[in-house]
Design a protein. Structure first.
Length: 364
């Protein structure tokens, strides 16, 4: 589909300037507590209705007579036919589920670093970003992307707003689409601005089934997600993620910083990582060629092996990557009995791992 090459001045003002202060040099406080119950009046303004999502804990004021639906537990849609749409979603992963989201700043960094994150979120790669930056809505920090796209023969102005929540992880994403040629376009602009301004989080919420860990390993901050059923252990030179609390050596994921430096030869690093199993275990062998792939925040090189220990068959995966000036590795090993649980813990770790050796991650 064709993309309109410019955004009308009125639309840009409505989406950006009217309710956002972008590029103002604001320093974002990374702490929680931006939204507190009671910031919005109990009664909606005239012409609006109060809406509250009890599932994922947010509220806003919506235009009277507009359709409000909840297609998913964590998603609310406000629509007027095909000409006006505002959706609000609590999210803790990107659209492709390959990135776990710590908070609004984490998602903003991802959006800035990779445009496909936005296009996947919107559902089309045929759009044009016209502005993107941090700003605030009545003093509340928010990251916004304004974009231009054609959809089903209509020209739309779009905006994605990303807010923090009150839980340990995740964020709230509001997406607005307005048909610029609709007869009620001025009304839509006013309604869209009001919905954004009236949005607030009513209570702490985070997705069930996961926990967020923010720890330190050899002086480096290390953050990752794990399932509620997992057990986490801190050691002197590693972090252990155990898929099941009562199972250790038979189902483990280990995060370690290696002695190898980023400028060292990758093949030597890979051979070193595998040598332990060839030297200390029985019948060790590679089960696949070393592969390379981008996942989460890093470019991983993967070793796939199998070996025996005390007569028990183990499957072993070792992911090697660089962060800062060092090579790091994440190793998953399991017996056949716990292969599925370990594979899930391993993928969760790789999707979500963030090693902040040089401060907050700003690029993926």
């Amino acid at each position: 589909m064709a993309v309109r090459k410019r955004l009308g001045a009125w639309a840009l003002a409505a989406l950006m300037t009217a309710c956002m202060v972008l590029g103002s040099g604001m320093v974002r406080d990374s702490g929680r507590g931006f939204f507190l119950p009671g910031l919005v009046p109990a009664e909606a303004e005239e012409g609006y209705e109060k809406y509250e999502n009890d599932n994922v804990k947010f509220a806003m004021e919506v235009p009277e007579g507009y359709e409000v639906t909840e297609p998913y537990e964590n998603v609310t849609m406000v629509t007027d036919g095909d000409d006006f749409r505002v959706s609000v979603e609590y999210a803790f992963t990107s659209a492709d589920s390959a990135h776990f989201l710590q908070d609004a700043e984490d998602f903003a960094d991802l959006l800035k670093a990779d445009t496909t994150v936005l296009t996947d979120w919107v559902g089309t790669d045929d759009l044009q970003v016209v502005a993107a930056d941090w700003g605030d809505i009545d003093g509340t920090p928010c990251y916004v992307c304004a974009y231009d796209l054609d959809l089903n023969g209509k020209s739309y102005t779009g905006g994605l707003y990303v807010f923090d929540g009150l839980g340990d992880f995740g964020c709230y994403c509001m997406q607005a689409l307005i048909n610029r040629d609709a007869p009620k376009v001025e009304e839509y602009v006013k309604y869209q601005e009001h919905i954004v301004r009236s949005f607030y989080v009513t209570a702490p919420y985070q997705a069930e089934g996961y926990a967020y860990y923010d720890m330190k390993l050899e002086g480096s901050p290390v953050a990752f997600f794990a399932r509620d059923t997992a057990h986490i252990e801190e050691y002197s030179s590693s972090l252990g993620v155990y898929a099941l609390e009562h199972v250790y050596s038979e189902a483990s994921v280990t995060i370690m910083k290696s002695a190898w430096k980023a400028e060292d030869d990758l093949e030597k690093v890979l051979n070193s990582a595998a040598s332990y199993y060839f030297d200390s275990w029985d019948n060790a062998r590679y089960t696949a060629q070393t592969s390379q792939f981008d996942l989460g925040r890093y470019s991983y090189n993967m070793i796939s092996m199998e070996a025996y220990k005390d007569g028990e068959h183990y499957t072993i995966y070792i992911a090697i990557f660089t962060s800062g000036d060092s090579y790091w590795k994440v190793t998953a090993r399991s017996t056949d009995e716990y292969a599925e649980q370990t594979a899930s813990a391993f993928s969760d770790t790789l999707f979500s791992l963030c090693i902040n050796e040089d401060g907050p991650v700003s690029s993926y």
